[in-house]
Write a protein that binds this ligand. Structure first.
Ligand code: 76R
Length: 278
């Protein structure tokens, strides 16, 4: 059969990411009055079911992280990643269908996907940047930096598209936009200008190496904000430090606006139940 010319090199229609993963953040609170209506036996079964659904399962998503939320925005949160957005949503639905599901209210969710930012330099761009910063092209220090970047690049690529969750106790999620005001419109600036601001941003981020990991997921066209920022920190004080530091970067100071912040602590499903007294 002759296919129309314009569809010839197109991929098959699919919900699966072609590169990277889907990523959703879910937040829930317990309705205690509902839980109190359960007998001790029902509660034991319900608790077990809650833990089973959230502990890694064979047909479950590639990544699922549970955390206890600080403050009254939620009791706990899930961050779930998978190539298939329906596998992610299925984990959320399975939780709602457990015995404790009817005692849960969903307080917030955020849908996004991973990608390699357009501001991550290619090896060539990285080389040009080194020369612009005064490195002697072809010199030993230049060569050493290029080689280090060549080794780092595939690891960073994997970490951005299909990340492993860091084993640090504190995490913070918030959505953000780049503003579109007549006197400060991120999307009206040309690429080199945005690139310069993002390079400044990346430098201040790198000052937190070993203290903070970041995952920027994109939600343009998918949710109410343009990006989701997930931070993991060796200690929660670094969350405050990094976000404060970045407020002074022009990319944030002039162009960013932020949604609600959800600060939480990595936990097992059993920890969540114990912590919440369920
Ligand atoms: O991806 C990379 O590591 C390369 C450099 C880099 C890019 C391209 C980088 C580094 N970021 C990039 C893009 Mn970031 N980032 C944020 C926030 O609170 C605020 O003021 C802003 C929220 C934080 C805390 C943070 C941290 N970053 C982006 C983008 C744009 C995506 C696009 O347009 O494609 C946004 C919205 C954004 C926001 N960033 C870093 C950090 C940290 C800690 C780093 C250092 C990299 C590392 O150590 O892994």
């Amino acid at each position: 059969m002759n296919r129309p010319h314009h569809t010839q090199n197109l991929p098959e229609p699919s919900v699966i990411s072609q590169e990277g993963w889907h990523c959703s953040h879910y937040y829930y609170s317990f309705d205690r009055s509902d839980v109190r209506g359960l007998t001790a036996e029902e509660l034991a079964i319900a608790r077990q079911e809650f833990a089973d659904v959230l502990n890694a399962s064979e047909n479950g998503p590639e990544r699922l992280q549970v955390s206890i939320v600080s403050g009254h925005k939620a009791d706990f949160g899930l961050m779930i990643m998978d190539p298939n957005p329906l596998t992610i949503d299925r984990a959320h639905q399975r939780l709602l269908n457990t015995r404790l599901g009817s005692s849960l209210s969903s307080t917030y969710s955020f849908v996004s996907v991973t990608e390699i930012s357009e501001y991550v330099p290619t090896i060539e761009q990285y080389a040009a940047r080194l020369v612009a910063e005064g490195e002697d092209e072809g010199g030993p220090s230049y060569e050493a930096k290029i080689n280090a970047y060549k080794q780092r690049e595939p690891i960073m690529r994997k970490q951005r598209l299909t990340p492993d969750f860091p084993e640090w106790p504190a995490t913070c999620f918030y959505p953000m936009n780049k503003i579109r005001l007549p006197n400060a419109n991120w999307f009206m600036m040309d690429h080199p200008e945005r690139n310069k601001l993002m390079a400044e941003h990346a430098r201040s981020g790198m000052e937190f190496a070993g203290k903070v990991h970041q995952l920027i997921t994109t939600s343009v066209g998918l949710d109410d904000w343009e990006w989701g920022v997930t931070l993991w920190a060796r200690n929660p004080e670094y969350l405050k430090d990094i976000v404060y530091r970045m407020r002074f970067d022009e990319a944030s100071a002039k162009y960013a606006e932020f949604g609600p912040f959800y600060t939480s602590y990595i936990a097992t499903p059993e920890d969540v139940l114990h912590h919440c007294g369920i």
